[in-house]
Unconditional design. Sequence first.
Length: 153
Amino acid sequence: MKKILDMCCGSKMFYFDKQNKDLITIDNRELLTNLCDGRVLEIKPDIIADFRKLPFKNKSFYLVVFDPPHLIQIGAKSWLAQKYGMLNKNTWQEDLKKGFNEAMRVLKPNGTLIFKWNEEQIKLSEILKLSPMPLFGHKKLKTHFLVFFKGGK
């Protein structure tokens, strides 16, 4: 069994080691296209699944990465939607809350959740209402990385 889960991998943009043997990736889509500037965009997860209902047993992973789509006000076929995905403008709060619940469910005791969020359209303060309490985090411009620790149980 793999030790690390990425719940919304997209094109794996922030990975240095995209082929790490301990990593399993999920996204709700596959895509191979050229962006408007000619760059190739490939979204090819190990498993196609929904972050709101992960296909894993409880307490399966030591580390979970949750980098969901951040945008609700974009065209469904825009390059931003292709590259980053998009949240449903009517259900995003419930969707993200389910995502946090699933992340904590599949984390092993004493496991770590890394959450990435960009505040372009939804403020981090709104996200924190839906999540457990982070242990610590880092902000650079509008992008935040938060770290959550699941205690031993």
